[in-house]
Design a protein around this ligand. Structure first.
Ligand code: SF4
Length: 312
């Protein structure tokens, strides 16, 4: 029974990614309008030992012995990973036995802290979020805890980029009508140009159903316009430019498949094709299982064709 590890999951940016979830469900310093999971349940910027590092590392050892080496081991899941006070310890211990490089997806909220920046040096790749350089827009989109200011994040991101030796790919989540005016884009462009060592930018949008209806999806054209206006020399990839996800071998076992699907959908809504790839099964078999789980009230199909877990 896995508690902290999920997947491997197909990821647009990371290929086959083995996920590590260090926080209880929806424990986050933000409560983003666009979150695909749910409203934040535990809204906090206080770091804590949500789970024993020794247990996480033990589970990682076991899972890595069972599955083919993933393209990335990714710390993300259902909350903000830098809130775990032992993130640095877990990363440095994992690096001793991991066959795969390690990535951390962060909302950037704690990058102002020197200890967090130091701990993240153990990762190979960082995917920090930056949606705006305007405080009011920042508060509207992310609904942060009251102690977090955008200026702290900008400063932290600058310091992180100065010293990090791996890959940094900034994610800009485009919310049409909120952070895509010419002024907003120019501000982002100037700030990003002032940073060192940024490898690329990922322009994301609400390709999955967001928590708030007011967030609309930027279409392909709008993301391309956003990219043009950013006018950056580094690569800017949009959410619609998907990579081909390679299949990984595994054996079909109904009970295991059901458990894997439920764990995966808790963190990562997927369509049938993605689930079939992860489980190395044909789509029809996965579709049947999803219909059965839907009848049991465990999962539901969303308008965009992705399945999501129904939390009890
Ligand atoms: S999108 Fe990420 S940062 Fe925002 S509320 Fe959801 S989990 Fe937190």
């Amino acid at each position: 029974m896995r508690t902290y590890i999920f997947g491997p999951v197909p990821s647009r940016r990371l290929g086959i990614s083995l996920g590590v979830d260090l926080t209880p469900t929806k424990t986050c310093s933000f409560d983003c309008l666009y979150c695909q999971l749910d409203r934040t349940r535990f809204h906090t910027s206080e770091r804590s030992r949500f789970c024993p590092p020794v247990d996480v590392l033990q589970e990682l050892r076991e899972v890595l012995n069972e599955v083919a080496a993933p393209d990335w081991i990714t710390f993300s899941g259902t909350g903000e990973p830098t809130l775990h006070v032992d993130l640095g310890l877990i990363l440095s211990e994992l690096k001793k036995f991991s066959p795969s490089p390690v990535c951390v997806i962060t909302n950037s909220s704690l990058l102002y802290r020197e200890d967090v920046r130091e701990e993240l040096m153990n990762a190979d790749r960082l995917l920090p979020t930056l949606t705006t350089v305007n405080e009011a827009t920042f508060r509207k989109i992310h609904r942060p805890t009251s102690d977090i200011r955008l200026s702290m994040i900008l400063d932290g991101l600058r310091k992180m980029a100065e010293n990090f030796k791996g890959i940094i790919e900034i994610e800009i989540f485009v919310c049409p009508g909120i952070n895509d005016s010419d002024e907003e884009i120019l501000g982002l462009s100037e700030f990003i140009k002032s940073l060192k060592n940024i490898s690329s930018i990922y322009l994301n949008t609400a390709v999955r159903v967001p928590v708030e209806d007011e967030v609309i999806t930027a279409d392909h054209v709008r993301l391309q316009e956003f990219r043009d206006k950013l006018d950056l020399k580094i690569p800017v990839i949009t959410a619609f430019e998907r990579k081909t996800i390679p299949a990984r071998p595994s054996k079909w076992n109904r009970a295991t498949a059901e458990a894997d699907i439920l764990k995966l959908l808790l963190r990562h809504p997927c369509n049938e094709e993605q689930l079939a790839q992860v489980l190395d099964s044909d789509k029809a078999r996965v579709a049947l299982l999803l219909v059965e789980l839907s009848r049991q009230g465990k999962v539901k199909l969303q308008a965009n064709g992705e399945w999501k877990l129904i939390e009890s």
